[in-house]
Design a protein around this ligand. Structure first.
Ligand SMILES: [Zn+2]
Length: 537
């Protein structure tokens, strides 16, 4: 079986990106929103590059926790799953997420795919039935782990669990561990950033010590909210063997028209809390199914809010719709992408959000837009003027644009969106500095400098066009507005990056308009402007 990649041979033109599917026991909070917005941004960028993309998100609906929530809500697990699944879907639609499918693990095609795969892996002898003994809490109606207990008692029920035997089905992950270890060593950016690769290698050692078995069933007598095992109708499939397979169902496994094209170009984005299922369980499952691993598993850190962990009890979940109401969704989206160094934890606070909006969006990008378009209106009759001679200052802006285009491409493909934004801001800074140097507001008073003024305004309009094309994946609405004000209303429909962002694309005579401030400054007591670029890799 061909398990080797043509690394770097990214020429197929297909791109498949997934968020994790979100568990239906809570509403969307800042963590879900970040992952989803990040994937949306990466996919939008790849679409702009002309790739044929598939962007999958969805909801994970089976398992014990849904049953618990359903009991509390006094409804069936199907109703609970429906309620929260719809809630996620509605939020993503409201904030303009561009997914191609919202998959639910209760979807008919998913059940069918899970059963088909279970049967196949079972027939190949990689699933074993075995009895084991554990500590069972009658109150919890489940086996407890060490973490569930304190001084030998169930934490929730403060009573001693009783030893009980149960029989379940186990997938033999361990059979593929030595292959997986080699694969990870040979493909160092399979799991990225690197620290998570090292964590997975440590997890592999730990799992090897534990026997390398993954329990994949629950007896129906204990839990019947799940997909029935095709080879034993007294059992349902449990958790990961059901959930992870969504990535295959979503693109039409096994014989959908583009299944292979997408699967060969698959990347998962996950939070670090689900690193083990994606770094250990999933590649071994895929190996058993006869499929290659995804190209990348990209792992991000946690968002804290006001320096505290996000939790229901603290009420600091950060509702994306409330953020949209207060600041506009693109500003919130920008903050999330700009302030999390991929892979590390980050902190959200509304003060930091306001400082960021004011510093980057209002003062920097917004200011360049308004100065450029105001002066093009005043000194060039609102039409992009013909440029004269290109001198050193112009050359510096042109070089900054070329650098930004190249860096954004590299950084987006390397899952470093915050660094890509820094590259765009560097071009904005260079153009603002250039305006300060050329001072067209003064030069316009001297008829002998008319050519210089034209060159300056042309340079700024062209730089703005490139800034807008590069920003389009991050801030789709604002970028389209900038292009529209440059008289290039349909530019995003025809653009193919990076070629369209090469210098010289703006037509002379393109009709511009000023418009209102793109990102109004947010005035709050005590909010100071953020320090400028502070990102690290
Ligand atoms: Zn208990």
């Amino acid at each position: 079986m061909p398990f080797g990649w043509q690394w770097g041979a990214d020429m197929s033109g297909y791109f498949y990106l997934t968020t994790p599917i979100y568990y239906v026991n809570a509403e969307a909070h800042i963590g879900h929103t970040y992952t989803t917005v990040l994937c949306d941004t990466i996919v939008r960028y790849r679409r702009l590059c002309g790739d044929t993309c598939f962007f999958l998100t969805g909801s994970d609906e089976h398992g014990e926790k849904v049953l618990e929530v359903a009991r509390r809500r006094g409804e069936s697990p199907a109703q609970t799953a429906e309620y929260f699944s719809n809630s996620f879907l509605r939020v993503w639609e409201e904030i303009g997420i561009s997914h191609d499918r919202f998959i639910r693990t209760t979807d008919a095609d998913h059940k069918q795919v899970v059963q088909q795969i279970l049967q196949r892996v079972y027939d190949e002898g990689e699933i074993r039935f075995k009895e084991y003994e554990g500590l069972y809490c009658v109150g919890c109606e489940r086996f407890l782990t060490d973490r569930d207990m304190l001084d030998g008692l169930c934490r929730d029920h403060e009573r001693a669990p009783e030893p009980r035997t149960e029989a379940n089905y186990f997938f033999d992950m361990g059979a593929h561990f030595s292959w997986l270890r080699d694969y990870i060593e040979q493909n160092p950016d399979f799991i990225r950033p690197e620290r998570y690769k090292n964590e997975v290698l440590a997890m592999l050692d730990e799992e090897t010590g534990l026997g390398g078995e993954l329990c994949i069933s629950r007896p129906k007598s204990r839990l019947d909210w799940g997909i029935e095992l095709p080879f034993d109708t007294d059992y349902v499939c449990y958790v990961w063997f059901d959930a992870l397979i969504n990535y295959l169902t979503g693109i039409g496994y096994p014989d959908g028209p583009h299944f292979q094209d997408y699967w060969s170009n698959c990347e998962h984005v996950v939070g670090k809390d689900i690193l083990k299922p994606h770094g250990v369980f999933w590649p071994t499952m895929l190996r058993a199914i006869g499929l290659e691993p995804p190209r990348h598993v990209s792992v991000h850190g946690y968002w804290n809010v006001d320096d505290r962990k996000v939790s229901k009890s603290l009420g600091n979940m950060i509702d994306p719709l409330i953020m949209r109401e207060k600041y506009g969704f693109e500003a919130f989206r920008y903050f999330l992408l700009r302030d999390m160094v991929f892979g590390q934890d980050s902190n959200f606070s509304e003060d930091a959000l306001v400082r960021r909006i004011n510093a980057d969006l209002a003062n920097n990008i917004g200011n360049l837009v308004s100065r450029t378009l105001n002066m093009t209106g005043r000194f060039a009759g609102g039409l992009v003027p013909e440029p004269g001679a290109i001198e050193i200052p112009e050359r510096e802006v042109i070089d900054a644009a070329a650098t930004a285009v190249a860096e954004v491409d590299l950084r987006m493909r390397g899952m470093r969106p915050q660094r890509a934004l820094e590259s765009i801001l560097a071009l904005v800074d260079a153009t603002n500095r250039y305006l300060e140097l050329r001072e067209p507001w003064k030069a316009a008073k001297d008829p002998e400098l008319a050519d210089t003024v034209s060159t300056t305004l042309h340079t700024c309009c062209e730089s703005l066009r490139i800034v807008a094309l590069l920003l389009a994946a991050f801030l789709p609405v604002a970028a389209a507005e900038i292009l529209d004000r440059l008289g290039l209303g349909d530019a995003l429909e025809t653009a193919v990056l990076p070629a369209s962002a090469e210098w010289g694309g703006i037509p002379v005579g393109s009709p511009t308009r000023k418009g209102k401030p793109l990102f109004p400054r947010i005035e709050t007591a005590g909010a100071e402007d953020a320090e400028s670029k502070d990102g690290a890799d």
